[in-house]
Design a protein around this ligand. Structure first.
Ligand SMILES: Nc1ncnc2c1ncn2[C@@H]1O[C@H](COP(=O)(O)OP(=O)(O)OP(=O)(O)O)[C@@H](O)[C@H]1O
Ligand SMILES: [Mg+2]
Length: 454
């Protein structure tokens, strides 16, 4: 598409000469002879770039600039300064004008400034879009009383430095809550460092958390900075904290108590200022009973406990969540927005979501991909929720997308391996080389349950 430039000047000669220059270079060019007319054009034609004269009857350039800049997504403005208005033009750049050009404008300079301003605009637009999708991805929706209580706790916890322990079943939104706390805290512009304690092999977790010096153990060929150090001034999110070994727990406790870390193989202690948020889907009290979790660490972590109830206890959130996921997917895939028939939403509300919000999200996504028409009906929902227990992956021809194919293959693989080990989770996890917690997550994600006679 041609870039669109708007020239605002009360002098006809300037308007027509600039218009000629721009049109010759392949731009789309609009002109306005005064401020009020220009404001209307900005609204209606959304130009990508504006050239603005300062001295004009009715509304002067500075006033136009102020009004334009009131909208933070306004296009860049280049000031055209006449004799005696250079000082004002400099002022204008302080008010957010991109640059200024002295009259009479030379075509080379005009075109150069235009190109620069437009490439800067593309960057800002891109950033704004990324930030929007990022914010959208981590936005929490739902209005059940249960979720409101979670929100209240988030708001109370956010401005403090207190350690937060988030608990809840898999897929309820623990990570989302952790991010919301960070985003609403005074540390929001600093790092948010996530560590999945269950996914890191036991012998590597300490070096992951605390770092190591080069040559401190076999395999330590390079120095590594630990996550605690990386999170300095920011927040560290210890996910699946219930899966840490007792040895690692002791070290983490020390960091929390002393506020300092020591890289493996170094005598030097490094002070760290880190806010800790932890999450687990385990019942830590039971782990303490069994001797798998240190009670003192538990007390340190759970200064502010936040429990997120499972989705089945707050069916009021289902409809809002469905809407949210539909919007997100159509925006991300640039797809036509499909709707859910009321009966379909009811069916989703009635379903018992063992995989919680994550499972609901996957189901909505599957429906959006698989249903051909514009409206998703109750029978489509029933079809997708009735997961056949067979261990056969979809044939490549039958799969709607790569993602579908991968998921159905993964599901079939897991069911087969579980059968092989007679549904012993630990044995299966070991056999396929994945942490148990990850396997549990997959079972929930795919709604795999042990077969009665299997
Ligand atoms: N209230 C909510 N609003 C919007 N999306 C949500 C909400 N709760 C959860 N989600 C979405 O559901 C998915 C699972 O959420 P999240 O990863 O935070 O769960 P979790 O509790 O950390 O799960 P796990 O224990 O498996 O790590 C994510 O895609 C998340 O964006
Ligand atoms: Mg999580």
């Amino acid at each position: 598409m041609k870039p669109r430039v708007l020239i605002i000047d009360d002098e006809e000669a300037i308007r027509s000469s600039l218009k000629m220059i721009f049109e010759y270079e392949g731009y789309d060019c609009l002109v306005a002879a005064n401020g009020p007319a220009a404001m209307k054009m900005v609204e209606k034609d959304s130009p990508d770039l504006i050239f603005l004269d300062i001295k004009m009857p009715q509304m002067d350039g500075m006033e136009v600039l102020k009004r334009l800049k009131a909208d933070e997504s306004s296009p860049p403005v280049v000031i055209l300064s006449g004799h005696g208005t250079v000082k004002t033009a400099v002022e204008a750049t302080k008010l957010g004008a991109y640059d200024f050009i002295e009259k009479p404008p030379e075509s080379e300079r005009i075109l150069l400034v235009a190109r620069n301003a437009l490439s800067q605009k593309r960057l800002t637009d891109e950033n704004r879009r990324l930030k929007l999708t990022f914010d959208e991805r981590y936005r929490m929706v739902g209005q059940s009383a249960a979720l409101e209580r979670v929100w209240d706790a988030v708001k109370r916890a956010a401005p403090t430095n207190a350690t937060v322990l988030i608990t809840g079943e898999s897929g309820v939104g623990k990570e989302l809550v952790a991010r919301a706390i960070h985003r609403n805290s005074l540390r929001r512009d600093e790092a948010f460092v996530q560590v999945n304690c269950a996914a890191i092999p036991e012998d590597l977790i300490e070096s992951e958390l605390f770092g190591h010096e080069k040559g401190s153990f076999t395999g330590a060929t390079e120095k590594q900075v630990g996550k605690f150090e990386l999170a300095h001034k920011g927040t560290i999110f210890l996910d699946e904290v219930g899966d840490m070994s007792l040895k690692t727990q002791a070290k983490v406790l020390r960091v929390l108590q002393e506020g300092e870390v020591e890289r493996i193989g170094s005598q030097r202690t490094i002070e760290v200022d880190v806010r800790v948020i932890a999450a687990t889907n385990k019942n830590l009290e039971e782990s303490i009973e069994r001797g798998d979790f240190r009670e003192d660490l538990y007390f340190r972590l759970s200064v502010i406990p936040i429990g997120i109830p499972p989705l089945r206890e707050r069916p009021e959130d289902v409809e809002t969540l469905v809407q949210h996921f539909v919007n997100r997917f159509s925006a991300e895939n640039n797809a036509h927005r499909k709707t859910f028939a009321p009966a379909a939403v009811d069916a989703l509300k009635r379903h018992v979501w063992r995989g919680n919000v994550r499972e609901l999200r996957n189901t909505v996504e599957r429906l959006l991909i698989m249903v051909e028409g514009d409206e998703i009906g109750a029978d489509d929902v029933a079809e997708v929720l009735r997961r056949p227990g067979d261990a056969k992956p979809a044939s490549p021809e039958a799969a709607a997308s790569l993602k579908d194919f991968k998921e159905s293959a993964e599901r079939a693989f897991l069911v087969q391996k579980l059968r092989d080990s007679r549904w012993n989770i630990s044995a299966t996890a070991a056999a396929i080389g994945t942490p148990r917690s990850n396997l549990y997550k997959k079972l929930e994600q795919y709604g795999i349950t042990q077969e009665k006679d299997g």
